[in-house]
Design a protein around this ligand. Structure first.
Ligand code: AHM
Ligand code: MG
Length: 329
C-alpha cells in the first residue's frame, strides 16, 4: 500500500496543477489546518477539565475562565490575521469584521468563519465543529475593503470547509473540484487523506431536525415529516445531534437531510447564511447534494447583512426534493 497523503501534500499538489497561482490560497488553507489542530487539542483538553470538575476558577493562567468558543475564535483570528493571504475576517463570534490591511499587505482573500459551532454541545463533550468560507476580495488591492467584499453570494466562494471535533478530528474541504476529507492523527499531529472524493448518497433515510420546534415551525416542515412518516418504502430514522457540522457530516456519509426551518416567530430560522449555510452548501453541492432555503438555492442568495439568518434544508437529493415539494405546495 502506498503512503497516505497528508493535507499539506494534498494542498501543494493542487497548487502545482495551476502553475501561475500566487500560493496565497495554499498558505491560507495551511493556516486553517494549523489553527484547527490547536482547537482540536483545546477541545480535547476541555473535556478532560470538565471530567475533573476543575474547569473555571482554579486555573492560574486564566484559561478555564475563558469559554472554549472564545478560545477557538481567538486562535483562528490570531493565526489567520498573522498570515499574509487574508484581507479581512468575519467571525460569528464578533459583531464587526476584522480588517487586516496594514501597510504593504497584499492579502487577496476574505474569510468568514464560525470558529466553534454547536454551542449547546461545547461543554458536554459532544461533537462540535468549525465552519469556514473563503472568497476573493472584490475591492482592488491597495484600496480599503468594505461591505461588498464580505457580502458575496455562495456561488463566489473559492473554498469552504469544516472541521469536526468528534471521536476523531476531521477536516473536510472543497475548492470547487470535489470534496475531500482528512483525519487528524493526534500521534503525529497531521491530517491524512482518509475520505477522498466524498459523495452525498442520492438516497438518504435520515432526517435531522429539532423535534421540539414542530409546533412552531411553518407548515412545509410539518408536511415533510408527515410524508416521511407515512412512507413505508424507506426505513426512515431521525438523528439530531444539535451540532450542525456533526449532523451534516453524518448525513454526507450515510445520506440524509438536515433541516433548520422557518419558525412562526423567527421566519429566518436560526442558522447564519455566511458562516454556516453558504459554506456547507458549497460542500453539499460539490458532493452531489442539494441545499435550499424557503424559496430557492442557498448558493444564489445575495447576503444583505453579515449575521443574516436563513432557513436551511440540506442533504441527499431524494429528501431535499420532497422538502422542496412541500415548500412549493
Ligand atoms: P450556534 O452557532 O450558536 O452554535 O448555533 C448553531 C447550532 C447548530 O450547530 C445546531 O445544528 C443548531 O444550532 C441547534 O439549534 P437548536 O438547539 O435550536 O436545535
Ligand atoms: Mg454557529
Amino acid at each position: 500500500m502506498g503512503k497516505t497523503k497528508t493535507l499539506g501534500e494534498f494542498i501543494m499538489d493542487r497548487q502545482a496543477a495551476f502553475p501561475f497561482v500566487s500560493g496565497q490560497l495554499t498558505r491560507l488553507l495551511t493556516d486553517i489546518s494549523v489553527a484547527s489542530k490547536i482547537v482540536s487539542h483545546q477541545v480535547n483538553r476541555a473535556g478532560l477539565a470538565g471530567i475533573l470538575g476543575e474547569a473555571g476558577s482554579t486555573n492560574v493562567q486564566n484559561e478555564a475562565q475563558q469559554k472554549l468558543d472564545v478560545l477557538a475564535d481567538d486562535t483562528f483570528m490570531r493565526i489567520l490575521s498573522a498570515g499574509k493571504s487574508v484581507a479581512g475576517i468575519g467571525s460569528e463570534e464578533q459583531d464587526e469584521v476584522f480588517i487586516c490591511e496594514e501597510e504593504g499587505r497584499r492579502g487577496k482573500y476574505i474569510v468568514l468563519i464560525d470558529p466553534l459551532d454547536g454551542s449547546s454541545n461545547i461543554d458536554v463533550n459532544v461533537s462540535i465543529g468549525t465552519i469556514f468560507s473563503i472568497y476573493k476580495r472584490i475591492t482592488p488591492i491597495g484600496e480599503p475593503i468594505g461591505e461588498v467584499d464580505f457580502l458575496q453570494k455562495g456561488t463566489e466562494q473559492v473554498a469552504a470547509g469544516y472541521v469536526l471535533y468528534g471521536s476523531s478530528s476531521m477536516l473536510v474541504y472543497t475548492t470547487g473540484t470535489g470534496v475531500n476529507g482528512f483525519t487528524l492523527d493526534p500521534a503525529v499531529g497531521e491530517f491524512f487523506l482518509s475520505h477522498p472524493m466524498m459523495i452525498f448518497p442520492d438516497v438518504g433515510k435520515t432526517y435531522s431536525l429539532n423535534g421540539a420546534l414542530l409546533d412552531i415551525c411553518t407548515e412545509p416542515t410539518r408536511q415533510f415529516l408527515r410524508r416521511c412518516q407515512a412512507d413505508d418504502s424507506l426505513d426512515y430514522r431521525a438523528r439530531y445531534i444539535g451540532s450542525l457540522v456533526a449532523d451534516f457530516h453524518r448525513n454526507l456519509i450515510h445520506g440524509g437531510i438536515y433541516i433548520y426551518p422557518s419558525l412562526e416567530h423567527k421566519p429566518n430560522g436560526k442558522l447564519r447564511l455566511l458562516y454556516e449555510c453558504s459554506p456547507l452548501s458549497f460542500i453539499a453541492e460539490q458532493a452531489g447534494g442539494v441545499a435550499l432555503h424557503d424559496n430557492g438555492r442557498i448558493m444564489d442568495v445575495q447576503p444583505t447583512e453579515l449575521h443574516q439568518r436563513i432557513p436551511y434544508y440540506v442533504g441527499s437529493k431524494n429528501l431535499v426534493d420532497v422538502m422542496q415539494e412541500c415548500l412549493s405546495s
